[in-house]
Design a protein around this ligand. Structure first.
Ligand code: ATP
Length: 203
């Protein structure tokens, strides 16, 4: 089974693309969704966060105080690493379990990893990388419309990710999400044909 690592900058359209592949019957494993689930009780990550960061980072309902944690790790690299050391191994374990559980005849599966190129965690797990790409202006517009974050806040997140040119250079395949959703759907369909064809030898 091929494993395709789907990545892209914030707001580039990863979730939209993943949904289109899922509609074609492709199994999708999303590391962001797993991280989100691990932030809700009951979760071993929350137990460890309470131990290492203190109960102040846990809401009354037992979930993670996401905004507080985001703020805390923003300027504190040590805390950021500590948090990543809690989440990343747990996420990877779940990913590997889910991949193991896929039926053996599955031609390929999609693994969504927003920071695929920034971290090396899945380099040995995936067979190919697929980048969803759009302009920085479009990223800002889409994230702004969705979240209400200020342009400066979105620009700061973008600055923390790999530069667009570097991602383009590292990717095996690229979906340009610069036009309509119908256009995106047709790009997904043609990649789907290639990925599910066992005779297709990628160069
Ligand atoms: P994040 O990195 O924040 O998780 P993402 O890369 O998963 O974001 P999406 O959530 O798929 O990106 O897309 C961001 C927003 O842009 C969504 O509201 C989505 O509906 C919209 N969007 C994505 N692609 C297009 C498009 N081609 N045309 C119009 N809207 C789009």
């Amino acid at each position: 089974m091929r494993i395709i690592g789907l990545t892209g900058g914030i707001g580039s359209g990863k979730s939209t693309v993943a949904k289109l592949f899922a509609e074609l019957g492709v199994p999708v494993i999303d590391t962001d969704e797993i991280a989100h689930a691990l932030s809700q009780p009951p979760s071993p990550a929350l137990v460890q966060i309470a131990q290492e960061f203190g109960q102040d980072f846990i809401e009354k309902d037992g979930s993670l105080k996401r905004a507080r944690m985001r703020e805390h790790i923003y300027t504190n690299t040590e805390a950021k690493t500590k948090l990543e050391n809690i989440f990343h191994p747990m996420i990877k374990n779940i990913v590997m379990q889910r991949l193991d559980q896929l039926p053996t005849h599955t031609p390929y599966a999609l693994l969504v990893v927003p920071l695929l190129f920034e971290t090396n965690t899945y380099a040995n797990t995936i067979d190919r990388s697929l980048l969803v790409d759009c302009s920085i202006k479009q990223q800002i517009e889409r994230v702004g419309a969705r979240s209400g974050l200020k342009n400066t806040e979105i620009e700061a997140i973008i600055a923390n990710q790999h530069p667009r040119a570097e991602r383009i250079q590292l990717a095996n395949d690229i979906i340009l999400n610069v036009s309509t959703l119908a256009h995106l759907q047709s790009s997904v369909s043609s990649l789907h044909q290639r990925y599910q064809d066992p005779t297709c030898r990628f160069t």
